[in-house]
Write a protein that binds this ligand. Sequence first.
Ligand SMILES: Cc1ncc(COP(=O)(O)O)c(C=O)c1O
Ligand SMILES: [Zn+2]
Length: 608
Amino acid sequence: MQHNMPTSPLPNPVHLECLDCGHLTPFSVTAVSCPRCGGQWREARYDLDHLRPLLPATFLGRPFDLWRYTELLPVFGPNPLLTMGEGGTPLIHAANLGMMLGCPHIYIKDERHGPTASFKDRQAALTITALKDAGITEAVLASTGNVAIAYSACAARAGIKLWTFLTSLVPPEKMREVAIYGSQVVKVTASYDQVKQIAAEFARQRGLYLERGSRSITSVEAMKTIAFEIAEQLTQRLGPPGTQIPGSQGAQHTPPWRAPDWYIQAVSGGLGPHGVQKGFAELYRLGLTDRQPAMAHIQSAGCAPMVHAWVQGLSQADPIRNPRTLITTLATGDPGRTYTLLRQRMLDAAHSAAGAAGIDERPARGLAAAPGAAAAAASGGVFDSVTDEEAFRTIHVVAKMEGISIEPAAAVAFAGLIKLVRLGTIQPSDLVVINCSGHTMPIEKSILGDNWTRDIDISPQALLQTPEEGLYAALSRVTADRFARIAIVDDTPDARRLIRRILQAQPTPAGDFTIFEAADGLQAIQLAQREPLDLIILDLMMPEMDGFAVLDALKNDPRTASIPVIVVTAKELTLEEKQRLQGRIQSLMQKGEFLNDDLLDEITSLLP
Ligand SMILES: Cc1ncc(COP(=O)(O)O)c(C=O)c1O
Ligand SMILES: [Zn+2]
């Protein structure tokens, strides 16, 4: 599939192609549907023809992290305020496991090295960077834990308020981690698929950005970087593939990078492998690799809708209504269109591999009857499942054999590796990369105090007691309709971001504020006249109209005279200046001398 797009002078002219009607639009993080048909499923397209001669040279001098591949991402590069070194995780040779399994070429992509110890850090970094660029200050997501943790860390740096909707089955340690970062935690007693629906409705009602998994362009694109890094790292270790691309014209072309025969990952909604698969496909189309790996998508047997569909040769997965797995991280019962897309890309890859090798294609199912890398490549890979018991046992195997401690969801992939080797689907000579997608550190248990979740209970038992409480009706208790309205007046963006963050990072409904910003005195006065404000946080040293002049104007206008004011200043005040403030402000706080909670206490004491 090649796409003819106008060549833009921009380094990354990213377009979105609607998967329903083919309409192309320039990328925008906030425009979430096709303007022509309203379809929500779109994919980012790059001008690969333009990029081909520039790659990989353009990447090579840059740091080894996610941002190295900016030309193939929908942002212009990292935001230095936000980045914490995401991406660039190690690729580790699993020598002991490999020897045990009789497969010497197994490599572990160790995503525990992300800032919050899972592969979701990539998704969070890219999405929050794009949201920050777009001026978004509040967002919503549903999660089984790791997405919420990764986004919360990044949102803290960005000054973005995050509403996280978590199933009550998420381990308390993970929920607490989300709350520690200052995100709002809404604990929902329901299945994960229902939690996603509730979060979506909450976002819709409030007009907030919603993380949409495989439909969120930045999320999918971020996951591609796993494929890019793997190809570079394999090449560094094993050298370039040194093979001719059959069918290429003219002189022999040696692709510079090596792709594995197999890529294995644990799957819930399928976002991760969806992005990784796209990454490998782009590398192949760019001529940077000579193959696309067979994909092994491994699900937990108690929640394996994709595996059921694959085995039956179906292009759509039937949802599992009652997932029965202890591994809540992988409890997506309804993968929706992601399964269809994963499968389609496998078939496409198989088609191009078969074409290149001049062999007949095999049917895209029944792999057990046709084991081996050649067969796998000819079918694009496999969906398979493992039991919880196999996964838990594998945690111990990987820790003891490789010194790598993994969470149950990641163990599902490793148990899948063992299963596929035993089945003969993966062969001893195959080059295999497995995604070690997460590791949860033990976390602190005492600093949060009580009441740090907002609870929704729509379990059958709860509905019996309050039958009028429907799925969405319960949302009205998550937060008040009207929040206290606070203006931050400061000419320094960093200072505004800091104060915004202090206001947002409160776990309880008492910490819900509607926040306004003004970057100079004039804006502040106009804002105060326009909006009914409950409080103003005012800087003193601002060019043109300083804080004293703003105070004069506010106090001389009967509409604004009674709004309480907290002055937050870096200025050492003279006696005369202090007298000028006397009786006109409620509080004076010296920058550098207070911590977040001090300011917050002051604010809450002044609000009605
Ligand atoms: C550690 C870990 N592995 C695997 C997955 C599966 O994710 P997905 O199917 O969305 O790529 C998740 C999802 O949260 C996860 O946290
Ligand atoms: Zn469309």
